[in-house]
Ligand binder design. Sequence first.
Ligand code: GN1
Ligand code: MG
Length: 357
Amino acid sequence: MHALLSSILSAFSIPGEILTYDTPSDGNINKTYRVSLRHNGEVRRYVVQGINQYVFPRPDHVMENIRLVTAHLRKKEPERTVLHFYETADGALLTAAGGEVWRVCDLIPSVTHSGRPSPMAAEQAGTAFGHFGMLLSDLDPKGLHEIIPGFHDTVSRYQALHHAAAADPLGRAAEVQEELQRLLALEEVACTLTRLQQQGALPLRVTHNDTKISNILFDPTGEHPVAVIDLDTVMPGLLAHDYGDAIRSAANQSAAEDDLRGARMDERILEAFTAGFLRETGTVLSAMERETLYLAPIVMTAETAVRFLSDYLMGDPYFRPRYPGHNLQRARMQMRLAEDLFARRAEIAAIIRKYLP
Ligand code: GN1
Ligand code: MG
């Protein structure tokens, strides 16, 4: 690995001798290495990432979107930290080595919340993701590639689950009948936002699409966001998805996506995140967006359950499992959380109303 990392770094004209490297990522998709280099007596740190080409068949499109979005963010707020990717000698943001496609960016000294954030950190996270969406609200989504077609098309995600259960290539369907039935019970409500968007009632915007709380870097105190990361899925989408996915990942009792004990909404985190998010985006939202936002946490959590369960049925081709049955466990947790969010939708709607300007 040492030699591979070295050759990647030199393709990006980054000089120095590798001191250490490790793999920090709790991501399910890309391969990530943190690398320390010494150059002229100084230590510099970088993130080297191998892009998962099963998930991202066009890494060049991923990087074009990232270039566009980071340039827009930098132009609007030059003083703020934005991910910075290196270019090869011929101006490319990617290099191929060892059968993979790689990119390199500066490592931003920071901590992430992979567990539950404090309410204060959750409010800050809401502000960070909300601010991100607000700054991008004047960027035309037509200028961006659709990186993963139908990424948050909940209707197609449900169709894929029906197909996976019918095809049942590994004979796993019998064991997940209960999960299938319970997810089916949520199908209609979970598909509401996609249907409204298809009818033209909800606007497409430039959105992040993967607003897990761990995709915000905080300063070492863990309270102040420094940067929004994981821009791979920045593309046209619904702002509601960004709100909903953050609530899914942060406002529960455990935040580990496979921990069943966490499958209950934490109303303090819901409120804190919502306050921050709506302070930034409240004035941008259309009347229909305001009215339907309360559905977003249910939609995103049910959709994530559907994706994990489909993947389990198909033999885990997409989400890297860390133990056998991991994707089923993830699906169960997300399904239960979605049920809790659905049962408590009036509570969510009331909190949103409280913070809408
Ligand atoms: C994936 O990139 P990563 O590992 O943080 C996935 C998200 C899911 C998430 C669930 C491109 O996120 O959509 O919500 O796993 N990203 C992609 O943990 O599919
Ligand atoms: Mg991601």
